[in-house]
Ligand binder design. Structure first.
Ligand SMILES: [Zn+2]
Length: 553
């Protein structure tokens, strides 16, 4: 390739041109070659499989094979006029149609018109329809008859990532080939070949990292490689791959996973803040974290090296992996991927809260003194030792309280059920028999400390600064948000787990938090640049939720 030639994408330049160059998909290739050899290629075929696995490449190679004038044992020569015309996209007898933009009945009518006339230069007129699941029902109906009785000289090849979107009547007319995702060694092997041919060098780590990130799609791997080779002329390293692709370094991934495994929610949340500050892509980060957990899990079972994480043991690792894998990075729902990742690190905290025995009703004249250690994140230990000392008596835990609480509502109701019934008479703390929750006065005395702890999570800082404790009933703390800024209340509702964790830690007892809009006087939001930055970040994260921002900042 001349250096003055305009840049052509690597995946185009290195696209497989013969069956022999197709990576993976051995069974499919063999079946296709057998069909070509015996002259029994179906007039309608479907290539189904994930993106970047070779569907349209195979369709083109098959088009070459059935037209090749110098066929070699089922393999197109890639040199005869037919092969060259197809390779260079110069023949009028090969139609590559993007069905995503030509999906209607008009497009199918045009195809039906073309089908009537024999090919001009090739032996077979070939129609390749990519993204074919997009074709409309009416259009399929119009195409059905042609597929049932195609002229001898016509071949249809469909490619689709979603074959289940095809009508059954159409599927029954097609010979179907299912392509699988490529393995890391398969992708790495082709990348090595490309690098060698391009005269470029790369570390094994870098190649493996790209191959893993491509998640089975060769085209994605080639696009990444292309991007990387264009940015730097030096030998490619794994660090360079991470830098260019916006990935996170291994230490940060490990730090997050340690927080996830140990339940140190605030550490994990701080880490996520840092990633957002650096503009890292949380989707890629989620993939990296899952990949790292997987390696640790395999190591914990005695294979490979998984670093220090493997010491957490298979049970904890698989539970953590399941939490992360349940996140859909593409459709994370309200609050975005950021919130989903935070909920993942908060899950152990919730589990601890729901595993706590109900508040004991004991004779006590003073409120329990918070443990000094309450200010530091609790280590990940079992619920019995994690519970504040005053709740550590071996009270039998009702089954309804120990249910697994992977969801906030479950933890919520468990914590709420720990509160005395609302009908219980409210007894002032000065009398001998007291409620076991905190008093409002105690809460107010500790408020500055609570604000400090919760402010460590920047996205939660504006929330805690915007509210005041307005009531306590049993173990339920009510936080009032100014009515004019009710959006804070709505967002606080969803971040309640973080608020509850902070309040509970400072008070040294588990509480649940209720958020209400109230006529409260709250000092102005922080005017320091830090606070302003946090608020704007907060708005960015919750942009869709915040409607009445006019009064703020
Ligand atoms: Zn040929």
């Amino acid at each position: 390739m001349s250096s003055t030639a305009p840049h052509q994408a690597l995946y185009r330049r290195w696209r497989a041109q013969t069956f022999g160059q197709i990576v993976g998909q051995q069974a499919v290739v063999e079946t296709l070659q057998n069909g070509v050899r015996s002259g029994r290629t179906a007039h309608g075929v479907l290539f189904a499989g994930p993106r970047g696995t070779g569907k349209t490449s195979l369709a083109r190679i098959l088009a070459k094979a059935i037209n090749c004038t110098d066929l070699r044992d089922g393999e197109p020569c890639d040199a005869c006029p037919s092969c060259v015309a197809i390779r260079e996209g110069r023949t009028l007898d090969l139609f590559e149609i993007d069905a995503a933009s030509n999906r209607g009945i008009e497009a199918v009518r045009a195809i039906r018109d073309l089908v009537q006339y024999p090919p001009g230069e090739l032996a077979h007129k070939v129609f390749i329809l990519d993204e074919a699941h997009q074709i409309t029902k009416d259009a399929w109906g119009a195409l059905l008859k042609t597929l049932e009785e195609p002229p001898e000289f016509v071949n249809f090849m469909f490619a689709s990532t979603e074959p289940f979107g095809f009508p059954a009547a159409i599927l029954s007319r097609l010979q179907r080939f299912d392509l699988r995702r490529l393995t890391v060694p398969e992708i790495a092997g082709k990348m090595r070949m490309i690098l060698e041919a391009e005269g470029r060098a790369a570390d094994t780590d870098a190649i493996d990292l790209i191959a893993r990130l491509a998640a089975g799609g060769m085209r994605d791997a080639e696009s990444m490689l292309d991007q990387l080779l264009a940015t730097d002329s030096k030998s490619l390293t794994a660090d360079r791959v991470r830098e260019v692709l916006g990935l996170v370094d291994e230490e940060t991934v490990e730090g997050f996973l340690n927080a996830l495994l140990s339940g140190e929610a605030i550490v994990g949340i701080d880490l996520l803040d840092g990633l957002e500050d650096q503009g890292r892509d949380l989707r890629a980060f989620t993939d990296q974290a899952i990949e790292r957990l997987r390696a640790a899990l395999v190591a914990s079972l005695g294979r490979g090296s998984g670093g220090g994480l493997a010491a957490a043991g298979p049970a904890a690792l698989s539970a953590a992996a399941r939490r992360l894998a349940s996140i859909d990075p593409v459709h994370p729902g309200p609050g975005g991927l950021r919130l989903q990742l935070e909920l993942a690190v908060l899950a152990p905290v919730e589990a601890r809260a729901s595993a706590l025995p109900p508040f004991p009703t004991v004779e006590r004249t003073t409120m329990p003194t918070p443990r000094p250690a309450a200010m530091t994140p609790r280590p990940a230990v079992d619920a019995a030792t994690a519970a504040p000392s005053h709740t550590r008596q071996p009270a039998p835990v009702p089954a309804s309280v120990t249910r697994p609480s992977s969801s906030a509502p479950a933890a919520k109701s468990a914590a709420a059920s720990a509160a005395p019934p609302p009908s219980a008479p409210s007894v002032p703390p000065t009398t001998k028999r007291v409620r076991t929750g905190p008093t409002l006065q105690f809460l107010l005395e500790r408020w500055a400390e609570i604000v400090e702890v919760i402010s460590k999570s920047p996205p939660t800082k504006p929330l805690i600064l915007a509210c005041r404790p307005v009531g306590v009933e049993g173990a339920v703390v009510t936080l009032g948000f100014p009515e004019a800024q009710s959006f804070f209340k709505d967002v606080a509702e969803r971040r309640r787990a973080i608020l509850e964790d902070g309040v509970s830690r400072v008070l040294g007892m588990p509480v649940s938090v209720r958020c209400v809009a109230a006529n409260v006087e709250v000092s102005a939001l922080p005017e320091d640049p830090d606070g302003t930055r946090l608020l704007s970040e907060f708005r960015r994260i919750y942009g869709d939720d915040i409607v009445d921002v006019g009064d703020v900042g």
